[in-house]
Design a protein around this ligand. Structure first.
Ligand code: PLP
Length: 439
């Protein structure tokens, strides 16, 4: 019988029976090591029974209230918890159901902020090529992966895109022996050409994830971005749906740059897969305009601040605090990156290893000297991901048509924060084995 689940008619996906720790167990009895943390979602690990115990004992108090009519304690407590680990200066949190909703919400907050301040002409959005911000029309418009935009192109909103900090393939600096920051100059040039007074916000993944597998900008990058945005009255929004909430070994990835964005968007790890949850953290500069102005954000989903999702989010936060999971990815990430760097010495197919903490990106090349990518017809990433899966290890990548073009072929390794060294060895050894066969 064919599946009623209609996401992909080309692939027959394994049926899951249960998941526990870093493993997903199929109905056919096979175990898969979740080396992609189920799309970077799982922080605290699968099957944490304390979440279900807490739901049974207190979760039944209230499952849902409409947050335009009632506040509830779980939204308040989770908001305060998140702000306690957020960069100083963040003062409000809007809860939603996922990353795309968080980014949509941030976009609208930015727009209303300018309207409230008497600058309705600020309507243009700035983002970067090779970025990913979500699947809704506005967040896809921000996203800079051409192959994902193409089918919907006529629907998309006009967004100004600038070059990402992709040192390995950057047309400004790849042959200059290091980043020259020309991409930040391009940001300022674009603002000046478009008219600074027309621009609302600059949207950037603090570390680019899915679409380029781990672009980590130089230490000065966000300081320069912040200065430029401030100079022209533009809001800087850091998308940390994938990289925030512990993934890099800090509560938020931007912590490593010491810069305060106007908003930080979150998703994935804040619910750790136990509930759909996303959030927008807003700094005091923006919050104060709403508090003192019309006092109302003209926006809200039916499920904004969903009570059970916030309750689960609080349990996730408590586990993260108790088990040091906001910092553990830094320690385990050093081990993962060390092993991948060693692998790069032995496999000429590996062009670049990048990322931070328990986010590792590996880019593959046909020729390491010239950095020539594989021809798309070779479906290198797709084959590699399938061979890894045959060995019981799941890594991110291999979406048809997704990894080609300027970025070449690459995978993401984003295991749950509780992963052990032995489990990292299983992932890297499988990759070693597969690369030997593909060479
Ligand atoms: N932003 C980034 C950086 C992401 O990686 C993702 C999802 O992968 C999103 C936004 C969209 O989040 P969601 O799939 O929860 O809507």
């Amino acid at each position: 019988m064919s599946s009623v689940f209609a996401r992909d008619y080309a692939a027959e996906l394994p049926m899951v029976d249960h998941a526990s720790g870093v493993y997903i167990h199929g109905a056919d009895g096979r175990a898969y090591l979740d080396g992609m943390g189920s799309a970077g979602v799982i922080g605290i690990g699968h099957g944490r029974t304390e979440i279900y115990d807490a739901l049974a004992s207190q979760g039944s108090k209230v499952s849902y209230v409409y947050t335009a009519s009632f506040n509830h304690p779980w939204q308040e407590s989770l908001g305060r918890s998140i702000l306690s680990v957020a960069p100083e200066g963040m003062s409000a949190v809007y809860f939603v159901s996922g990353g795309s909703e968080a980014n949509e919400t941030a976009l609208k907050l930015a727009r209303q902020y300018h309207v409230e301040r008497g600058q309705p002409q600020r309507h243009r959005m700035l983002a970067r090529w090779q970025s990913y911000h979500g699947v809704t029309i506005a967040t896809l418009s921000l996203s800079g992966r051409t192959s994902w935009r193409a089918p919907y192109d006529p629907y998309l909103l006009p967004v100004l895109h600038v070059a990402p900090p992709y040192e390995y393939r950057c047309s400004y600096c790849r042959d200059s022996g290091g980043c020259t920051m020309d991409c930040v100059d391009e940001l300022e040039r674009t603002i000046l050409l478009a008219g600074p007074e027309t621009i609302s916000c600059f949207f950037a993944e603090t570390i680019v994830g899915t679409t380029a597998s781990g672009l980590v900008p130089k230490p000065e990058y966000y300081r320069r971005v912040r200065e430029i945005c401030d100079r022209y009255g533009i809001l800087f929004i850091a998308d940390e749906v994938l990289m925030g909430y512990g993934r890099t070994g800090r509560p938020f990835a931007i912590d490593d740059w010491g810069v305060l964005p106007d908003m930080i968007t979150c998703g994935k790890a804040i619910g750790s897969g136990y509930a759909p949850l996303g959030a927008v953290l807003v700094n005091e500069k923006v919050t104060s305009v709403f508090r003192e102005g019309r006092k109302r954000f003209v926006h809200g989903f039916t499920y904004s601040g969903h009570a059970l999702s916030c309750f689960v989010g609080q349990q996730v936060f408590d586990i993260m605090q108790r088990e040091d999971l906001f910092s553990r990815p830094g320690v385990m990430g050093a081990y993962l990156h060390g092993r991948l760097n060693d692998l790069q010495q032995r496999h000429a197919l590996i062009g670049d290893v990048r990322g931070r903490g328990l986010y590792a990106g590996v880019e593959f090349v046909a020729d390491r000297g010239s950095r020539e990518p594989f021809a798309p017809e070779r479906n290198f990433t797709g084959r590699l991901v399938a061979m890894m899966r045959d060995r019981g290890v799941i890594v991110g990548g291999g979406v048809p048509g997704a990894n080609f073009g300027r970025g070449g072929d690459h995978i993401q390794i984003t295991p749950p924060y509780i992963v052990s060294e032995a489990e990292i060895d299983v992932i890297v050894d499988a990759l070693d084995d597969v690369l030997t066969l593909l060479s």
